[in-house]
Design a protein. Structure first.
Length: 244
């Protein structure tokens, strides 16, 4: 299994903080946001020996400086071709392009802007048991939080029976946490999805389509999740982790 960290966005909702630097390198309690994501992957070695950080050309030099200073083991950068917001290829397309470049194997996908305190070892065990696409879940703090993410329903075995990205009227506060594990062979599904001309920018849209094609399972996280998408959520997360 290898890991992909999605860090190629331009984070316009966080401007002016992210006009001249990527969201991934914003400080949370004094260290870059991306460090928290990499730290979740370290205990999974040797299961995960290769970590690919998906970036863009505009901020590539800043990521190279971070990589040179932090020297995280097994991490490599793979930029897409964009240098500004309107040129971005989208997270789903960036993921598909990376998977096309590597040998077919299981892949763990993490967005750079989701912080959580759970470890991922039990999530990987659950994925290995199901041998099917698996997503992480958490209970939103309120309905408004659900509308900004994805509303999910699962059966008694954890199989996803409903997944609605950006729901207008969510039926539940169970939300997808945007951490995914895919078995080898997901390349074919990504090709099929992109061939339909569907959204390339939101991984949740891919899951919304995928669960209707084959079984997808949800794994419940036991602790809090922070989606660093706005200035308010950034400040809340910074305050929380500063007090830990």
């Amino acid at each position: 299994m290898f890991a992909v960290v999605l860090a190629g966005g331009y984070a316009k909702r966080l401007w002016p903080l992210t006009i001249d630097r990527p969201k991934a390198l914003l400080p949370i309690a004094g260290k870059p946001l991306i460090d928290y994501v990499i730290e979740k992957l370290v205990p999974l070695n040797p299961q995960i020996g290769r970590i690919i950080v998906s970036t863009n050309l505009r901020f590539q030099s800043q990521f190279e400086d971070w990589l040179g200073a932090s020297k995280p083991q097994g991490v490599e950068l793979m930029p897409d071709s964009s240098v500004k917001e309107e040129e971005k290829i989208g997270a789903v397309k960036a993921l598909a392009d990376i998977i096309e470049k590597v040998e077919e194997e299981d892949v763990l996908v993490l967005p750079v802007d989701n912080l959580f305190t759970d470890d991922l070892e039990n999530f990987i065990r659950f994925f290995r048991k199901k041998q099917a696409p698996t997503i992480t879940l958490f209970n939103a703090r309120n309905v408004d939080e659900t509308t900004k993410g994805s509303s999910v329903a699962v059966d008694k075995d954890g199989k996803v029976v409903e997944f609605v990205e950006k729901p207008v009227q969510p039926k539940t506060t169970l939300v997808g946490a945007a951490v995914y594990a895919f078995p080898s062979g997901i390349r074919r599904r990504l090709r099929e999805y992109l061939g339909l001309g569907l959204s390339v920018d939101e991984p949740g849209r891919f899951i919304e389509w995928l669960y209707k094609q084959e079984p997808v399972y949800g794994y419940m996280l036991t602790d809090s999740v922070w989606d660093i998408g706005t200035l308010d959520s950034y400040m809340v997360a910074d305050e929380f982790f500063s007090k830990r």
